[in-house]
Design a protein around this ligand. Sequence first.
Ligand code: GDP
Ligand code: GDP
Length: 439
Amino acid sequence: MGKPIVAIVGRPNVGKSTLFNIFANSRISIVEDTPGVTRDRLYADTEWLDNEFMMVDTGGIEIMNTDKIAVSIRQQAQIAIAEADVILFVCDARAGITHEDAEVAKMLRQSKKPIVLAINKADSPKQEMEIFEFYNLGIGEPIPVSAANHLGLGDLLDAVVEKFPETSAYGEDGNEDEIKVALIGRPNVGKSSIFNTLVGEERSIVSDVAGTTRDAIDTPVIREGQKFLFIDTAGMRRKARIDEPIEKYSIIRSLRAVDRSDVVLMVIDAIDGITEQDKKIAGYAHEAGKGIVLVVNKWDLYDKDNTSTLRYTENLRRELVFMQYAPVVFVSAMTKQRIHRLPEVIHYVAEQNAMRISTSVLNQVVEDAIAINPPPTEKGQRLKILYATQVKIKPPTFVIFVNEPEIMHFSYQRYLENKLREAFGFEGTPLQMIIRGKN
Ligand code: GDP
Ligand code: GDP
């Protein structure tokens, strides 16, 4: 089922983003932050006591076009209730319980979701007494924290982790040779149309597969002997039953689908182009190391000449600078143009994402790269690259041993990555590089 999701909910100014940023940075990340999506990220992979989870700041999710704070908090709470595994409700020790806090608390109580109540801005022990009043919210024990002074955060994370569902629920679902696919994109870009075209006539065959006991809303499909599992994302089905704002802003659900997938199909409306929200989700897929295909849909509506695909692709590359490796496919779910190519592309990208390079071949490529363009000196020292080895697939992850990790410059790392891509392809997959010192 992917990692558990913890959603932070609360009024503006209680300290949600301050808390979120602390948690987001607490993990020693081996992944380079993704330019263009880190400024105001609203999700963060977090780890506490060997529990990995995803933290989402609902305060950062844009809700409708309302400027009524009360309305947007309620909607954020609704999203959290619908999508999260644990809700972290944040109040302000100095402000006490406000009317809005009480309203949100009521919604959360009725949801029966696991809730952790954090009372922030408890900067000094003197504020202990102020904490007690928060029992009145009726959602359990208030945990005093101070994001500013880094107090109580361990206790808070303990309480969060304790509320996670049984870990077995998050085990790898499905079998190894099955490619899990998430269709991601804003409402109306054509996800369900593509999905239906892809799986349509396959349904009956698929339901005969023995032993497919799984979440009924994911759809298994077999194409030319290859098994695919299409992960249900918001908007693909059951439209009528989902509340409007949640349906519209189903970013959490999309992130969860990305998390569970091997390959992400990022669907873009040819006419509307890519949006900020698309970039955020693409950034998440990149950092999560997923295979990715950019699917430009409604190509039938686009006013084309013979350089259109080229120019459109260049434009996408400019928007998604961190994702130069993603193949772009121009399709029309309506005319079915090139939709039949998608399974092949998905398969290809999944293979690239799971590719293993032998150590000897890898080191040959690295040596050649160094010979053409030796590492620069920095602070009077020359970087020496000693040895490289691939330690992981999905995504391909390389450890590069060097004399002095601190002088490995980002641009040189980028150069090496490009050389690996030249040699091995790795189309549609991010790569990870871990730079290590000798010992
Ligand atoms: P958000 O709107 O809920 O995301 O709140 P912010 O994280 O933006 O914080 C609102 C304000 O409260 C900022 O000025 C923070 O510096 C301040 N703040 C956050 N945490 C604490 C805390 O633990 N103690 C104090 N005194 N101020 C805090
Ligand atoms: P979703 O919300 O992303 O699942 O989008 P839908 O699949 O429901 O499609 C939204 C609208 O776009 C529907 O009216 C579709 O008929 C239309 N649509 C989807 N794909 C295409 C396409 O390739 N070309 C054209 N012209 N319309 C499309």
